[in-house]
Design a protein. Structure first.
Length: 391
């Protein structure tokens, strides 16, 4: 805190120790602002009286009831400016910045612009909670009070050399404060997104169990189709493994600093966005299981519980793996839809002996029914030309 602030606090000892009285009924539609508080204080300092002192106490009580307790406050030496931090009020746990700087910086536009940058950071810092919010807000308050004290000490204007020195120091401090805010806001965004994923996983679990019960009873009753209990278990395992894979992927990227999230989005929206992630992983795992059961993909041990669970986990974990697998299944399934012929067992993803532990490169090119290599295409083209010449 600056020397001016310390001097003003020395002149104002009783008010710092007083507890706020009970809030009186305010005028309808009227809320006491920090500027009102500054003006009431100035009026009492200029002409001390019991009535003005009581007016200040009542306005302070209304201000505290609306915005929370004054965590820290700076009264400008000119009596027309100031800055304060409040915590609580109508927004529980929210730290807010309050400033009155217009009159003090009217003849110093560069200082006014620097104060505005600090004010913008103070507005953004309202997203933070706990100790991080207080640290960031105190940083903002220190920057604003330094600028106000510099202007007031020079009667509202600074010499160019002094102004350049002040602005250079403030640019460095503002950059450091911004970096602190970004780190803590990102962490808060990650935590909020994580709880969204947990909520989504719980909802997906309930949906999966409900769908499993429906598939167990209704097909028998409506269409006399019996779904094997093993198939139900494998399908449920694929759904669970896919959801876990998607959650693990996000956590891994968070820990390595490669997961970006818009931390200034409302917390509710972040939770909703996070809840979609397990759902996408579960759908990817289920789609992979269905592709295996439809023989669009051929995998060594594809009826094994552990193989299906592992591949479904990979489908939820890696979007690239899922794209490659579904692309291979699509290339296999399209000829079936067009001709009605069954695909050969070797089409799609192949995992067999001599494939390095049984796992093939899903992204590699596969030869489809009805297609040929580049050399075969050239040969068939030449043969077609010779036949046309002979005819």
């Amino acid at each position: 805190m600056t020397e001016e602030s310390a001097g003003e606090r020395a002149r104002w000892p009783p008010y710092a120790r007083l507890r706020s009285p009970r809030r009186r009924s305010p005028d309808v539609g009227r809320t006491t602002t920090f500027k009102d508080l500054i003006e009431a204080r100035k009026a009492h300092l200029e002409q001390p009286s019991g009535e003005r002192w009581q007016a200040y106490r009542e306005q302070r009580a209304e201000f505290v009831a609306s915005y929370g307790e004054l965590e820290d406050v700076y009264w400008g030496k000119d009596g027309r400016s100031g800055a304060a931090i409040t915590v609580g009020g109508r927004g529980k746990g929210v730290a807010r910045l309050h400033t009155v700087t217009d009159e003090a910086t009217g003849d110093a536009p560069e200082i006014a612009a620097a104060i505005q940058d600090w004010q913008i950071l103070g507005v953004r810092a309202q997203l933070l909670r706990g100790q991080a919010a207080l640290v960031c807000m105190r940083w903002v308050l220190a920057g604003i009070t330094y600028l106000l004290a510099s202007v007031v000490a020079h009667d509202g204007s600074l010499r160019p050399a002094h102004s350049r020195a002040v602005m250079m120091r403030q640019r460095t401090a503002l950059a450091n404060a911004n970096a602190y805010y970004v780190v803590n806001a990102s962490r808060r965004g990650h935590v909020t997104y994580f709880w969204g994923m947990i909520l989504g996983a719980a909802v997906n679990a309930l949906l999966a169990i409900g769908i499993l019960l429906v598939l167990h009873w209704f097909p028998k009753w409506l269409w006399e189709i019996n779904i094997d209990e093993r198939q139900e278990a494998l399908g449920l395992a694929a759904v669970v493994a896919g959801a876990l894979g998607s959650i693990f992927s996000v956590l891994l990227r968070m820990s390595s600093g490669r997961f970006a999230v818009d931390y200034e989005v409302d917390a509710g929206k972040l939770i909703v966005l996070g809840s979609f992630r397990p759902f996408l992983g579960a759908v990817s795992g289920l789609a992979l299981y269905l592709a295996l059961q439809a023989d669009f993909l051929s995998v060594k041990g594809q009826n094994s519980f552990f193989v299906i669970a592992f591949l479904a986990f990979l489908a939820g974990f890696s979007e690239r793996f899922a794209r490659d697998v579904f692309g291979s299944a699509e290339r296999t399934a399209l000829p079936v839809a067009a001709t009605g012929a069954q695909p050969p067992p070797s089409s799609g993803v192949s995992m067999g002996p001599g494939s390095d532990g049984g796992v093939a490169d899903v992204g590699s090119e596969q030869e489809l029914p009805g297609t040929s290599s580049e050399g075969d295409r050239d040969g068939s083209s030449s043969q077609g030309e010779r036949q046309s010449e002979a005819s």
